[in-house]
Every structure is written in C-alpha cells, then in structure tokens.
Ligand binder design. Structure first.
Ligand code: ADP
Ligand code: MG
Length: 343
C-alpha cells in the first residue's frame, strides 16, 4: 500500500506563476524518477499552497507508469510515530528494512522531524541508502531548508544535493483557474462575476479558497438557490474571520463619495478631476485601514487599478494628514463613521 491519494494528480493541479518551477520539476521527477538531477526534490511553501497535492501527483504518476515500483507516501509525523513505536517494541531493524525497500520515498512536512534527533539519524541512514541506490526521494517542508530549525546540518546539506523549489501564494489568475476547475469537476455552474469576486476576496491559500467553495455549494443546495454574488458573500462570512464585523468596502466607498459630494461611480472611473481623485484616494486609504482586503483587491474595487496606485493613495493621504490641518479634521470625522461600524 503506497498511501497515495489518487484524487491528487497533475491534471487537476493548476499551473501558475506561483508553482511553475515546483510543478515542472515534480513532473520531471514523475517521468524519470531517480535519474534526474532533482534528487532529492524538496518542495517548500506555506500551509495550503499545494505541497501535499503535488507530491501525491508525483507518486500517482510514477505508480501508473511503473505499477511494480514501490512508491511510498508518508507524513513525517507518521514516520516519527512509527519509529518511536519500533523503539518501544524492539523492531527498529524491521522499521529500517521496510524503508530500505522503497523505490520512491515521498516524505511530507519534514519540518516535523525538527528536534527529533534519533528519528533524524534513522532518516539520514535511509536517505543515504536510497540515494546511493538511485532511488528517488521527494520531500516537502513549510519553509526553506536553511530556515528549518532543529534539523541536523548533515541532513540539511543532503537536501541541497537535488533541487529545492518553492510554492508561492496563488496569483489572481491561478485562483480564478482553480475555482473554475474545481466547480467544473463537481459539475456546478458558477457565474463569472462570482468567480472573480471569490478570487479577489480569498487571496491567502488554496485550502481556504476550497473551504469557501464547499460552503458555497452547501448553501446553494440548502437554499435551493443558484450560485450568485449574494450567496458567495454569505459563504465568505463562514470561512473568513471578521468578515461580519468588518466595515465593508462598499460602505466605505459610499460614505466617502457622499462626504466629498462625488458619485460612487466616479470613484471607480478613469477621471482625474481633482475632487474625485482626492475622494478616491481617501476611500482607498480607509479601505486599507479598515478592511482586510489586499492592496490588489482594493485596486480592483476601484475600477481595476494597480496595487501601486493604492500604495500611492495611502501615502498621499497620510502626508496630507500630517501637513494639512483642515484635511486632517475631515479624515478624523470620516474615521468615526468607520470606527463605530467596526466596534
Ligand atoms: P499543503 O500541503 O501545502 O498544505 P495541499 O496540497 O494540502 O497544501 O493543498 C490544499 C488544497 O488546495 C488541496 O485540496 C489541493 O488539492 C488544493 N490545491 C493546492 N494547489 C492547487 C493547484 N495548483 N491546483 C489545484 N488545486 C490545488
Ligand atoms: Mg500538506
């Protein structure tokens, strides 16, 4: 039993700038295990970014090409527990022998080995043996190897023999593609504006994005309602902390537009009229201060502006607050409206 999850494959692993190197190195390893220079292959990245999915995809691909190969997926936690158990029952040799038989060893979350010296010693031994015999080793970790505290230097230096590739947070386009793919796989219709809304709102990691989709599907079937923006906003509330208590961006935009006596639409339009530019910058400033939207998302809600425009706006407003007393008073007045709402 290889412990592989067959639902994680390359077909459903969306490629994007955030994972291109790791994915292609993974694919190379999957088609030529043990014979590329990517041995070991070390994939690292934060939680929910697709490490486990990718390494299962590698294992599944190898297994489907070479059914006779012994591919083993093991979490580091399980590895540690098995090892401890073998110490207790005096079966350490059996433990070692088992791992020495593996053709492709996939070991997930090696940061978990940190501080566990005896287990690391055993892993070092297994690693050396497999590597020398041309067996493929694939590992994941939640941070870059040099930052792996509590791991022996000799082990870390082995990790550098192959290729280390990182996974970044998915960019907007990749998030869109992931949502599309997942909904398609489940045979669920989802309007484009909802996909965009979700892709902009959930910019942390893929697992969280999936959580929102699951909640969205559940609500849709519970309420016997087609998926729409309203439902999507509701689904977000369940997953993302503070979304309820947070002042929302629409409210900020409306309030600021009213205060400066400009239309809501003008905040999102291209116009460079001075009053409008000021109102827009102030609204961005408050969006940054009072919502958890990313700079990119804020830009999007202001007519698809760049995140650097948002940074510039926030800076401009801060500078004005420092230098212009009258302006500062307006900002303070506005701030009260948002603070009350958050409180
Ligand atoms: P990690 O191990 O880094 O914490 P996982 O591999 O468990 O992350 O990924 C979390 C979820 O996100 C999984 O359900 C996985 O299928 C999905 N996922 C991550 N990256 C992608 C991607 N590029 N394409 C499709 N699904 C992805
Ligand atoms: Mg994982």
């Amino acid at each position: 039993n290889s412990q592989l999850n067959s639902s994680y494959n390359f077909d459903n692993y969306i490629e994007g700038d955030c994972n291109r190197l790791a994915r292609s190195a993974g694919y190379a390893v999957a088609t030529k295990p043990g014979t590329t220079s990517f041995n070991p292959l070390m994939v690292y990245g934060g939680v929910g970014l697709g490490k486990t999915h990718l390494v299962h995809a590698i294992g599944n691909h190898i297994k489907s090409t070479w059914p006779e190969k012994f591919v083993l997926y093991v979490s580091s936690e399980k590895f540690v527990n098995q090892f401890i158990e073998s110490l207790k029952t005096n079966t350490v040799q059996d433990f070692a022998n088992f791992y020495l038989l593996v053709d492709i060893l996939i070991i997930d979350d090696v940061q978990f080995l940190s501080g566990k010296e005896k287990t690391q010693e055993m892993f070092f031994h297994i690693f050396n043996h497999l590597h020398q015999s041309g067996k493929q080793i694939v590992m994941t970790s939640d941070c870059a190897p040099p930052k792996l505290k509590g791991l022996e230097e000799r082990l870390l230096s082995r990790f550098k023999w192959g290729l280390t590739a990182d996974l970044q947070s998915p960019d907007f386009e990749t998030r869109m593609a992931i949502i599309q793919k997942k909904m398609q796989a489940d045979g669920i219709d989802i309007p484009n504006n909802v996909i965009e809304y979700l892709a902009y709102s959930v910019d942390t990691n893929v697992r969280e994005l999936e959580g929102v989709l699951i909640s969205l599907i559940a609500q849709s079937s519970l309420n016997r309602k087609e998926i729409d923006l309203e439902l999507a906003k509701n689904a977000l509330k369940h997953i993302i902390e503070d979304v309820e208590t947070e002042v929302n961006l629409d409210f900020i935009q409306k309030t600021v537009a009213e205060y400066f006596d400009v239309t809501l639409d003008s905040l999102k339009a291209k116009t460079r009229k001075k009053e409008i530019v000021t109102a827009r910058q102030v609204a961005m400033y408050f969006a940054k201060e009072f919502t958890s939207h990313s700079l990119k998302s804020i830009g999007y809600h202001f007519g698809g502006r760049d995140h650097s425009t948002v940074i510039h706006s926030v800076q401009t407003v801060s500078d004005l607050v420092d230098t212009d007393k009258k302006f500062k008073a307006s900002i303070q007045e506005l701030q009260k409206k948002f603070k009350v709402k958050t409180g």
